[in-house]
Design a protein around this ligand. Sequence first.
Ligand SMILES: *[C@@H]1O[C@H](CO)[C@@H](O)[C@H](O)[C@H]1NC(C)=O
Length: 378
Amino acid sequence: MKLLSACLLFHLLVTSSAIKWLAVGRQNGPLRRSDCRRLKRETIFTKDQSRMCTENADIIPVLKHSSETVIKSCKTLFGRNRWNCSSIEKLPKLSRDLTIGSKEQAFVHAFSTASLIQIIAQACASGSISSCSCGTPIRKRKELEPDKRARDAMSTENRHAFIGCGHNLRFATKFARNFADVPWDKRLRKTTRRPTKNLRLNKRSLTNLHNNRVGRQVANKLVQEKCRCHGTSGSCTAKSCWRIVPSLEKIGKHIQVLYGESIQVRAKFNKKKEKRVLIKVTNPFKKAPINKNVKPDQLVFYTISPDYCKADERFETPGTTGRTCEEVGDGSCESLCCGRGYTTESIKVVERCDCKYYWCCYIKCSKCTKLIEVHQCR
Ligand SMILES: *[C@@H]1O[C@H](CO)[C@@H](O)[C@H](O)[C@H]1NC(C)=O
């Protein structure tokens, strides 16, 4: 009984919030500021997230857009893997693969934080968030700034047209850090007080915060510079440069590489820092590396993921039975079906074919039936 209630308490603590805000993307219709409080009641936002949502009048549509794109891109990036990101569609219900400290959880944390930065930075530049505007231009020492007085005299609009409008990384990074980190920051503070009973929650907070930081770093690292010349007839005597965040696709691919290279960690009390920190788990059969510190661009996990082959209640994963697979290449049946084999079915599809253009102005096609083979994992 004692064990059961302890388990229950733990369950409540760990499921009370997290990346649940990603469920905003599945809300129907446009969202307004008044929805910020409702989303808290529905446990999609934490109390602090709901406050931030209310304080920034027009952030809610941006949050929605951000979570929609995260869900879509994650499914595309992992569509051919055994773990295909389908669990983030169940949010705000958290399935275990996203709470046990897996590398999939690490990916989702880093990617959703990076996406917040990407989308907010852009939204600031396009004028859809009133509390932020263009990012500050990059100042180059040799560059001739347009005459300051003339620039100040220009209206904001003209100024944007003249010097351009960079993505506002500073605002976006700050917002993303506050918004995504706040639930974990709080828990970290609670569980850092000694003696704490909840070492697991402490480790989980450290891990999620670290992976969120990786996401912020990636978004900022991949930033590109864009310059515009404004001299007489393209002479480029004056130039202004500003920062542009890359596409979410590019960010996602980069974080997916980090996911592949992610490392296992454990939390250890560091006497000097007087707190627990994450350190690399070392292989007892190999010579221990000298440096066990985690690098700031390494995604970290503390639970080794299941292989996601079979339906597994412990991890709440559905397994790959019934998944469509390809004979060769990415998403190959061999890997996706985990050696269980697959069924092949020929399916008739009707296509338009032999299209001819008739002058003027229409196209006439015939209908052809084609047989295609569909493979499905057993
Ligand atoms: C992802 O995997 C789940 C479980 O195996 C499956 O139900 C779903 O159809 C898959 N999604 C895609 C897009 O393949």
